[in-house]
Ligand binder design. Structure first.
Ligand code: BTN
Length: 251
């Protein structure tokens, strides 16, 4: 998918770029439609959380995809997107980021970006709405997340050029999405994700599921992107939802 000259809907303020992309997809928007806002009043995160989106503090972006993938491979869209964000941050700002399963892009264990992929049924078939929130400015993170989050500005030491970040993001999504949909694309994406995430192998983690918490050691990904975690008792568990956190900062 070429995103060289995409259709971009820009808003000063909107409830959520994901919600707007969903509305556009239901109205028949073609693959590649992008929504960007300077501010979100109802920014959404994973697991029904909210995403603080103060004006001009971050990049709030969503794209409509109409993947030609087996349904079982759709969770890989999140992993592919985290890889694309990583590429874009490196190319635009020189920031070398880690990826935390499934969708957080982090530097020094602090979150720089979150990805929220949602699906929606439309008259012309199912669509994936991929939302990306990148913390750009250092001074606008809410105090509640000081210890957990960081920004491109704090990491790179200079004010980020949001136009440049978006341009690299569009390029990287186009490339990574094409790779995902190519023959052996799922295997390639999983390999790339594992090569670029310190969480893929041998990391001691705590996994918080809706009704259960357990600890173990990461052992790579399943074909659908689920994280394999081996418990102390030697049982392999496959994580498809919930939160994964490292028990130690470094390996
Ligand atoms: C997460 O880490 O929980 C995912 C956060 C995703 C936030 C982005 S900001 C742009 C897009 N619109 C939303 O409402 N959410 C995503």
């Amino acid at each position: 998918m070429s995103l060289l000259n995409p259709r971009i809907l820009r808003f000063d303020s909107i409830d959520s770029t994901n919600l707007e992309a969903m509305r556009q997809a239901r109205a028949g928007a073609a693959e590649g439609l992008c929504v960007v806002a300077r501010e979100q009043t109802m920014g959404r995160g994973r697991l029904d959380r909210s995403w603080q989106s103060p004006k001009d503090a971050g990049l709030y972006f969503s794209i409509v995809l109409r993947p030609r993938l087996e349904t079982s491979a759709w969770p890989l869209i999140t992993l592919m997107t985290a890889l694309a964000v990583r590429d874009a941050l490196l190319r635009s700002s020189g920031v070398r980021a880690d990826i935390k399963w499934p969708n957080d892009v982090c530097v020094n264990e602090r979150k720089l970006c979150g990805v929220l992929a949602e699906t929606v049924d439309t008259k012309i078939g199912p669509a994936a709405i991929v939302g990306i929130g990148i913390n750009l400015k250092a001074d606008s993170l809410p105090p509640t997340v000081y210890d957990l989050a960081t920004s491109v500005e704090a990491v790179a030491g200079v004010k980020p050029d949001s136009v440049g970040v978006l341009a690299e993001l569009l390029k990287a999504i186009g490339e990574r999405y094409d790779l995902l949909q190519s023959p052996q694309g799922s295997e390639h994406t999983i390999r790339e994700w594992c090569a670029n995430s310190s969480y893929a192998f041998d990391r001691q983690v705590r996994v918080a599921l809706e009704n259960d918490t357990f600890e173990g050691t990461t052992r790579g990904l399943e074909a659908d992107g689920a994280l394999r975690v081996e418990t102390a008792g030697g049982k392999m568990r496959f994580v498809r939802a919930g939160d994964v956190n490292a028990l130690r900062a470094t390996r």
